[in-house]
Design a protein around this ligand. Structure first.
Ligand SMILES: [Zn+2]
Length: 255
C-alpha cells in the first residue's frame, strides 16, 4: 500500500514539474503585422528620421508596448495600420525616456469617428476625438480611428490626437492630472513650467499664439496640445516658443 502511495506522490510531483516548466508564456496581446517596419517608415515621420540604431531601439519599445496592451475595435475595424500607428504614438513621446512604461494602461478602444464623453457614438455631441478614461475606465484609452490616421497622414499641421492622449497618460502618471509632468520634470523647474504654461494660455486667449486654441482650455490641455506641436514640428515649435521648447526638452529629451 505504501509503495502505491509513493508511486502516486512521485507521479504527482512529475506532473507538477511538467506543468511548471511548460506553463503558458504571457502571450503577445497584439499580433504585429509582418511589414510593420515598412508601415512605420511610410507613415511615421518621427521613426523615419531616426538612424538605424534609433530605429532598432524604437522597434524594441514598440513591440513591447503592443505586447502589453489590448486594442479593441468598438464598431470599428482595427487594421494593421491602426495598430502600428497606436504603437508609434505611444513610443514617440517617451522614446528618449529610458525604461518608460504606461503601467496603468490595459486597453485601447478604437471608435470609427468621434464620440461623446459618455462613450456613445451617436449622441448629439460628437466632438471628442480621443480620451483617457477616469474612474472605472481608468485603464482605458479611447481613440477615433479617423483622427488617429489623420494625425499621421497629415504632416502639414501640428496635430496628432493619439500622441495627445499618451501625453495625458504621462501627465497622470504622478497621480495628479494637472498639466505638470512631475515624474519627468525636475522639481526646481515646476514653478517655471507652470508660469510658462499660464503665459501661453493667456497668449492663446488673446489670439497671439500659434498653439491650437483648445490649449487655452486649461493647463492639462495646454500641455498635451503643446506636446503634439513639439513632436510634429519641432523646429517650428522651437523657433516660435524657445522657452517652452527648452522646458519640453527637459521633460522629453534626456539623452
Ligand atoms: Zn486632451
Amino acid at each position: 500500500m505504501i509503495a502505491v502511495l509513493k508511486i502516486f506522490v512521485v507521479l504527482l510531483l512529475i506532473i507538477l514539474l511538467i506543468l511548471f516548466v511548460y506553463r503558458p508564456k504571457r502571450k503577445q496581446l497584439v499580433m504585429l503585422p509582418e511589414n510593420y517596419k515598412d508601415l512605420l517608415q511610410d507613415y511615421v515621420r518621427f521613426y523615419a528620421q531616426l538612424d538605424e540604431e534609433g530605429k532598432a531601439r524604437f522597434e524594441k519599445r514598440f513591440e513591447k508596448f503592443l505586447g502589453a496592451v489590448k486594442i479593441t475595435g468598438a464598431n470599428a475595424d482595427v487594421e494593421d495600420l491602426d495598430r502600428v500607428l497606436i504603437g508609434a504614438a505611444a513610443i514617440i513621446p517617451v522614446f528618449y525616456i529610458r525604461d518608460w512604461e504606461y503601467v496603468h494602461l490595459r486597453e485601447i478602444l478604437v471608435y470609427p469617428g468621434n464620440f461623446n464623453q459618455d462613450f456613445e457614438q451617436h449622441g448629439r455631441d460628437r466632438l471628442v476625438t480621443g480620451m483617457v478614461g477616469t474612474g472605472a475606465m481608468q485603464n482605458v484609452m479611447i481613440l477615433s480611428k479617423w483622427e488617429l490616421r489623420q494625425g499621421f497622414i497629415n504632416s502639414q499641421n501640428n496635430h496628432n490626437t493619439a500622441v495627445h492622449e499618451f501625453v495625458h497618460l504621462i501627465d497622470k502618471m504622478d497621480g495628479v492630472f494637472d498639466g505638470v509632468p512631475e515624474i519627468l520634470l525636475e522639481r526646481k523647474l515646476v514653478p517655471e513650467w507652470k508660469r510658462l504654461l499660464e503665459l501661453e494660455i493667456d497668449r492663446i486667449r488673446r489670439g497671439e499664439s500659434d498653439i491650437d486654441p483648445y490649449g487655452a482650455t486649461n493647463a492639462v490641455e495646454c500641455f498635451a496640445v503643446m506636446a503634439e506641436y513639439f513632436f510634429e514640428q519641432r523646429e517650428n515649435f522651437s523657433q516660435h516658443h524657445p522657452e517652452l521648447a527648452g522646458m519640453m526638452e527637459q521633460v522629453f529629451i534626456r539623452k
